[in-house]
Design a binder for this molecule. Structure first.
Ligand SMILES: [Zn+2]
Length: 141
């Protein structure tokens, strides 16, 4: 018997990623821990909020890293790269996939590696002039 997809069709189209850069609050969100937006923390402690409301039927997530960080050796061995410019964009995309699917990232890496992106997940990555790589993503729920 073949598997049947039980994924619901979203009521609204996928969110556009246009204008995302203007929706990112890097250490500047004044709403404190009550901010309802998807958010993540950088290695230097700054919080980044993605000030976007999820469209009906979609779940949103964000991950970000400092592009200047060295690749942690334990992860570099797993994914066979020590290049920060290769690693961090792929890492943030993987982190967003895992947040959207509720899968621990190390479990995902073991099963799928660093460059596997499910078709149902939409991702958008931005590298900013001030040294951040930010990935935002959405998936139907
Ligand atoms: Zn916020």
């Amino acid at each position: 018997m073949s598997a049947v997809s039980t994924r619901r069709i979203p009521h609204t189209p996928p969110p556009s990623f246009e204008g995302v850069a203007g929706e990112l609050a890097v250490g500047t969100c004044g709403r404190g821990s009550g901010c309802p937006s998807p958010r993540t923390y950088l290695a230097d402690g700054r919080r980044i909020c993605w000030h976007r409301r999820a469209p009906d039927g979609w779940r949103l997530a964000i991950d970000a890293e400092l592009t200047s960080q060295p690749v942690p050796p334990s992860l570099g061995i797993r994914v066979a790269t020590t290049s920060p410019s290769e690693f961090w964009p792929a890492w943030t995309r993987t982190e967003v996939v895992c947040k959207l699917l509720d899968v621990p990232v190390l479990v995902w890496l073991t099963r799928h590696g660093l460059h596997s992106e499910p078709a149902a997940v939409r991702l958008h990555t931005v590298v900013t002039a001030d040294g951040l790589v930010v990935t935002v993503g959405a998936r139907p729920v």
